[in-house]
Structure formats: C-alpha cells, structure tokens
Write a protein that binds this ligand. Structure first.
Ligand SMILES: C[S@@+](CC[C@H](N)C(=O)[O-])C[C@H]1O[C@@H](n2cnc3c(N)ncnc32)[C@H](O)[C@@H]1O
Length: 219
C-alpha cells in the first residue's frame, strides 16, 4: 500500500471510534435505514452480498437483517471491531474481512450484489475500484452505491489531511452524470439512480444535501 493510502487508513484507525456518534454519518437515521432495508429486502434470500468500506456495518447489518448472506470488507480494524460488536449484540450473522478496495481478496464472480454507502467520496481512483467490483460480481450482479455531492469547501480536512482530500475526485460537487460515466468506464450497464434530500446537522447549522443512490449491473 502506498504512503497516501496508509495515511488514509490510519485516520479511520485513530478517529473511527467516533464515527457512529457524528450526526452527519446518519447511523441513527431511521429514514435512511428504511430506505436501504426496502432496497435490499426484495433480493432473494440466497443472495451473496458484499458491503465494501463497511465501516461500522450500517448496510451490512441491514442486509443481514433482510436475511441475505453478507460479507463486509474494510481496511480499518477500528471500524471492523465496532461492526463485529454490533453484529454480535444484534445476533446477526455477517462475515467481516479486512482488505483493500484496490485489491479485493475475493475470487471473480463471487457475489450477487454489492453495496457501498458513504464511500465514493473517499476514493482516490474510482474507476480502478469500480473495476474490482465488476470483477468480484457474478454476471447480472448489481451494485447499490450512494453519493452526495459535496458543496463548498467546509468539509475539506474533516476526515483526511487537507492535501489528501483535495486529491479525491468525488470529494466535490460532481454531477450524477459523471458518476454514471465512471461506472460505464468500469464496464457496468443499466446505470440509474434515485435521489432524495437529506438534512444534515453540523453543530448549530443544518444543511440540505442531495443524496443519489446509484444502481448498475454487470452484464
Ligand atoms: C465514510 S466510511 C463509510 C462506512 C459505512 N459504509 C457507512 O455507511 O457508515 C468509509 C469507510 O471506508 C473504508 N475505506 C475507505 N477507503 C478504503 C479502501 N481503499 N479500502 C478499504 N476500506 C476503505 C474506511 O475505513 C471507512 O470505514
């Protein structure tokens, strides 16, 4: 792993203990939870699903609750430790694995579906990562990934060092059409999205954000 990615991972290992308590992360947002549950519940029970950048397991645990066979992957022990503790507390079965998105530790054609929440903005090279998703999905496998365009510069430096955040191509106000183009470049088809507004509080201020949830298919 290169130095930039090592620095990125170390931020999740040191600051990750606070992740679930920050309102902007939506871990306790009932509306968002319902939206993911409604999206995943119609999938057949034998579906093997990979939640990439699973963090503290928000989507992985919802997928397990929906009865799916879930693997959650993250590069940070701090995040995975919390995800594992939450799964145990809720008596839900999820396989959590440590690994990097740039080199997924799974065979080709392993999963029927893949989820990625609050992740796209963190990617240094989105197409490289999307190609890995394409590889591990089975034919007809589907991606569910959310994206919230980041307006202004107030968020810069919140998670990563400022110079690193400026290197992240989706850590800005990117239109949905550009995300679609990146999925297409990685080989995906049938790309579409739904959008909604979300209120996020930062201290005393509340901002309305657009949230897009993309789906696309490996044909
Ligand atoms: C913003 S958090 C999102 C966590 C979770 N998906 C959620 O919805 O709350 C991003 C997560 O992606 C992980 N991550 C970021 N880049 C990664 C990479 N290149 N390889 C593996 N995990 C990565 C981080 O460790 C972190 O847990």
């Amino acid at each position: 792993m290169d130095e930039v990615r090592k620095e990125m991972r170390s931020r999740w290992n040191t600051d990750g203990w606070k992740y679930d308590s920050a309102e902007a992360h939506g871990i306790h947002d009932a509306g968002e939870r319902t939206q993911w549950l409604d999206m995943l519940s119609p999938l057949p029970k034998e579906t093997r699903i990979l939640d990439v950048g699973t963090g503290t397991g928000f989507v992985a645990l919802i997928a397990a609750e929906a009865g799916l066979r879930v693997t959650g992957l993250d590069w940070s022990e701090t995040m995975l430790d919390q995800a594992k503790a939450k799964a145990a507390a809720q008596n839900l079965s999820v396989v959590f694995e440590q690994g990097t998105l740039e080199n997924l530790p799974f065979a080709e054609n392993s999963f029927d579906a893949l989820t990625a929440r609050h992740l796209l903005w963190t990617l240094l090279d989105p197409v490289e990562v999307f190609r890995q998703w394409f590889k591990v999905l089975k034919p007809e496998g589907r991606v569910f990934a959310d994206y919230s365009p980041r307006k202004g510069s107030a968020h810069i430096g919140h998670h990563y060092r400022e110079d690193i955040e400026e290197k992240l191509p989706l850590n800005r106000d990117v239109p949905a059409s550009e995300i679609e183009r990146l999925f297409r470049e990685a080989g995906f088809s049938d790309i579409s999205f739904i959008s909604r507004k979300k209120e996020v509080k930062h201290g005393d201020h509340a901002h309305i954000h657009d949230v897009f949830i993309f789906t696309c298919v490996k044909k």
